[in-house]
Design a protein around this ligand. Sequence first.
Ligand SMILES: NC(=O)c1ccc[n+]([C@@H]2O[C@H](COP(=O)([O-])OP(=O)(O)OC[C@H]3O[C@@H](n4cnc5c(N)ncnc54)[C@H](O)[C@@H]3O)[C@@H](O)[C@H]2O)c1
Length: 254
Amino acid sequence: MFQLTNKTAVVTGGGSGIGKAVCLLFAQRGASVKVVDVNKEAANTTVAEINASGGMAEAIAINVVNQEEVVSAYQAIEKIDILVNSAGISHIGTLETTDAADFDRVYSVNVKGVYNSMYAAIPLMKKNGGGVILNLASIASSVGIPDRFAYSMSKGAVLAMTLSVAKDYVKHNIRCNCISPARVHTPFVDGFLAKNYPGKEAEMFAKLSQTQPIGRMAKPEEIAALILYLCSDEAAFITGCDYPIDGGFIKLNN
Ligand SMILES: NC(=O)c1ccc[n+]([C@@H]2O[C@H](COP(=O)([O-])OP(=O)(O)OC[C@H]3O[C@@H](n4cnc5c(N)ncnc54)[C@H](O)[C@@H]3O)[C@@H](O)[C@H]2O)c1
């Protein structure tokens, strides 16, 4: 089960965190993995790790914000069976502490980037007779999280785009789902703690860990396992869904 032999998977944000864990797991399962990341060095490192263990991978160093770059990079790929959109950025702030530049920056990567990536992949999937798309939404897509105004805006849009694409392309044999993780311990979390809570990183890390009723953050590998299932042929009956993977955050925090 859960084999990806003869499948080509494009993973944005494949240089770090969840995206990297997905690349490593997909390659282990036999996929040819295209590691898309704006950070060329990070993408190359993921590729080197995959190649060292006998897997197939290629780095594609592009910025998902730039539609032309994304379209031309994806067109150069012979076929795309699976697309995972994991590239994303965060911003801490309420509406009043989010200025227009912060709002635009989060929008351009988390919303426009996902749109660009699906925009480039869908015609190729249609031509190929189908495909699977998995987007990284968040608990912030459907629950009020303190100090995450712009981020919540962006992840709400990811959920809505997922449903829209699932509806429009079901007739083309394209499945589209998203997952909504609570906190996952990746460089994304370490980065925002260092930036926003300097000197208080350990305290904030413990606090954020406890917001999951299960008492810790997820590991990237745990998120990758759900993504593997949803992108595999075993999940052929699943489209238009948002899966929480949240240590009980949404349903048990009351
Ligand atoms: N870590 C969490 O707690 C958490 C929780 C819920 C959802 N998510 C979502 O999961 C996704 C991955 O998060 P992560 O924790 O693995 O993050 P991460 O910061 O570890 O990795 C994100 C990767 O995306 C790349 N990237 C950023 N902007 C890009 C751009 N414009 N073009 C191409 N690549 C770009 C970065 O270089 C990085 O390698 C994000 O969409 C995030 O919002 C994360």
